[in-house]
Design a protein around this ligand. Structure first.
Ligand code: SF4
Length: 689
């Protein structure tokens, strides 16, 4: 029996664990002493390894490369040699006929690791010749990256997950930690036990609301109004830190012009939160010696997601709540390596290490390292994932090479995504399971899974951690970066790596932010947080300790803006708001967790639609009854879960179910800066079957 140290592949908490291996099979998982989890795991950590033993509960593992030679025809199993040649030939033809920007690729925020993401963006930029690479951060925390880069300079948590326990006040905004990151939820409970005040802003009575000192149960879709009322209160009641604002921030003079119309008393009818609650929340937040604002997709998945992030960071800047233990901003990233996807530059505007693709000197540096002509590199920002359906329908994107993503399950407005994918000339899916997107691919490239390879993940607090291979792969599969390298070589750009570390060291040399993050430092329980610029640097648990921000002026940028209503409002035909949420037992498109026996028993299809008792009664719907949920874009079967934790006028669904796929209902109104869809708000009706 052997115990292999790895990192849980399911959420950005980045829990360290041991997989216990006996005769090539995983027999259990044990919690390990990681920096973020300290010997605790949630259910997914303890029971989410089952699919590695090929339990065949839900979907078959992809075992061989396959080609579908004609649209609608059958898949044909082929050799790796043939599959690689076929993909290289088709991508070359499409590039020659339509240009480099007609091809789109994705990185993956799931178990593949940072090395494969680095290689995918290198392939896209150096071989295909465009910046058309993106990852699922686009549909979740893209606004956190964009917003925080503008106001503070770094698009990530300023504190560590561990540090949340040191906060004396936690303002939890649109973030259901108990379902999204259970181990982070434990930290919140511990902070409460240490005496922290907990303020929850959420339309639902989520778990954190049960231990909160205040629960501001705002109406759906008015985040900016509530944050403006917070800023108004800080200014009007003189609760802000004048000295800090004067020394370390810019933009104060224009704040009042925006928020003057958002007196808590005046906006009560919009937010549904009493002025007294708003004012008390800000008095608590500002008076606390150290406050952290945590947020999740209840902030980001709106048309004003980036603006809300900028306004939330303004609360921290106004009160000097940055750069100290227990004080900061904490957008808690969802998937296990979604922070890593951004760190590795699987983004259309940034090289690895957050270096701009529009900067000629940066392009020249990468071109030199990769042995290509800098003039051959794309100088413009590339295409975003959420642009792809539209551009495919316009004939501008012709080929899509998807690594470890399932847009036909996880992206907003599936009928639009389906039409876009149908319009492509060529679709390659590289994955571990037959996902909804793989089912319609022209080529399937089967990859090794977490557990079958090692590498580096980045957890939500910027911490790089190594994970190790536990078992040999059973089928004719290859590592993601091996597959990409073979295609690159076949296309005339020789690319070869023997180890993850070779890739990692190439990355370090190109990224000053990560240069000091060596494989040795990350060994076993190493957790090295960027920036880590030199070999003797220990990493940076807390950003902005010197009150210098990574903005062009070095000052924090204060921001407020007018609230806009969500794009699609309720009416007589569609009287309820649909908000998509997380499910504690399942992960992303469910291909991994759905193949784990213990997790499958927690929840099964069809997915639930959570509804308030009064709304259910008015509609004649009983608990656990099958219902139709319909929007202007589609209609799905679901099962009603009647709960008084749900606010009136809204229903909540999770997105991983094939029966009851709520993305058939959602809409792709995009945040103009980050291009993140407004999956937290669309209009639906619910009717009994
Ligand atoms: Fe895995 Fe997240 Fe659970 Fe930790 S909290 S065990 S990383 S799913």
């Amino acid at each position: 029996m052997e115990k292999v140290t790895t990192v849980c592949p399911y959420c950005g908490a980045g829990c360290k664990m041991k997989l216990v291996v006996d005769n090539g099979r995983i027999i259990r998982a044990e919690a390990a002493e990681g920096a973020t989890n300290q010997s605790e795991l949630c259910l997914k950590g303890y029971y989410g390894w089952d699919f590695l033993n090929d339990t065949k509960l839900l979907t078959p593992r992809l075992r061989e490369p396959m080609i579908r030679r004609h649209k609608g025809g059958p898949f044909e199993t082929v050799s790796w040699h043939e599959a690689i040649k076929y993909v290289a030939k088709r991508l070359t033809e499409i590039k020659q006929q339509y240009g480099a920007r007609a091809i789109m690729t994705t990185g993956s925020s799931r178990g593949t690791g940072n090395e494969s993401n680095f290689v995918m963006q290198k392939f896209t930029r150096a071989v295909l010749g465009s910046n058309n690479v993106d990852c699922c951060a686009r549909v979740c925390h893209g606004p956190s990256v964009a917003g925080l880069r503008e106001t503070l300079g770094n698009g990530a948590m300023s504190v560590s997950i561990e540090d949340l326990e040191q906060a004396k006040c936690l303002l939890i905004f649109g973030y259901n930690s108990a379902d999204s990151h259970p181990i982070v939820a434990r930290r919140i409970v511990k902070a409460k036990q240490n005496g922290a005040k907990i303020i929850v802003c959420d339309p639902r009575r989520i778990e954190a609301a049960r231990i909160a000192d205040q629960h501001l149960q705002l109406n759906n879709g008015c985040n900016v109004t509530l944050v403006n009322a917070f800023i108004y209160t800080l200014l009007e009641e003189n609760l802000y830190d004048k000295d800090y604002v004067a020394k370390y921030t810019e933009g104060f003079d224009s704040l009042w012009d925006v928020v003057k119309d958002y007196a808590p008393e005046k906006v009560e009818p919009i937010t549904g939160v009493s002025a007294q609650e708003v004012r008390q929340a800000m008095r608590t937040y500002a008076a606390s010696p150290a406050s952290v604002i945590c947020w999740g997709m209840g902030v980001t998945q709106f048309g004003q997601g980036t603006e809300t992030v900028k306004s939330l960071s303004t609360l921290a800047l106004l009160t000097g709540n940055l750069g100290r233990s227990g004080a900061g901003v904490a957008p808690v990233r969802g998937q296990n390596n979604v922070q890593g996807g951004c760190d590795m530059g699987v983004l259309p505007d940034l090289f690895p290490g957050y270096q701009k693709v529009t900067d000629a000197a940066i392009r020249a540096k990468f071109a030199k390292a990769w042995g290509i002509d800098p003039e051959s590199m794309d100088k413009e920002v590339g295409v975003r994932i959420t642009d792809v359906p539209h551009l495919a329908l316009e004939g501008k994107v012709k080929a899509y090479y998807i690594m470890g993503e399932d847009p036909l399950q996880t992206e907003a407005d599936l009928s639009l995504v389906r039409k876009g994918i149908d319009a492509l000339d060529f679709l390659v899916v590289q994955d571990i399971f037959m996902t909804k997107t793989a089912e319609v691919a022209d080529v399937i490239l089967p990859a090794t899974s977490w557990g079958e390879h090692g590498g580096v993940f980045t957890c939500a607090d910027r911490g790089f951690q190594r994970f190790e291979k536990a078992i040999e792969p059973k089928y004719n599969v290859k590592r993601d970066w091996d597959i990409i390298s073979l295609i690159a070589t076949e296309m005339g750009y020789p690319m070869h790596y023997d180890t993850n570390q070779q890739i990692w060291d190439e990355l370090r040399e190109l990224c000053p932010l990560y240069y000091g993050v060596t494989y040795e430092k990350m060994g076993e329980f190493g957790h090295v947080q960027w920036p880590c610029p030199t070999l003797d640097h220990p990493g940076t648990p807390l950003l902005y300790t010197d009150n210098k921000f990574a903005t062009p002026s070095g000052k924090g940028q204060l921001f407020a803006t007018q609230w806009r209503k969500p794009a699609e409002l309720t009416d007589e035909a569609f009287p309820l708001v649909l908000c998509t949420v997380r499910e504690v037992g399942h992960y992303s498109c469910r291909s991994m967790t759905g193949n784990c026996a213990a997790l499958k028993t927690l929840a099964d299809e069809p997915g639930l639609v959570n509804i308030n008792p009064a709304d259910a009664q008015a509609l004649g719907i009983k608990d656990q009854q099958l219902v139709w949920v319909a929007s202007r874009r589609g209609k799905v079967i679901s099962r009603a879960s009647v709960s008084d934790r749900i606010n009136r006028g809204a229903v909540y669904m999770t997105y991983q179910w094939w029966i009851g796929a709520c993305n058939e209902l959602t809409q792709d109104n995009l945040d103009p800066t980050s291009k993140t869809p407004e999956t937290k708000y669309c209009a639906v009706n619910v009717s009994a079957i």
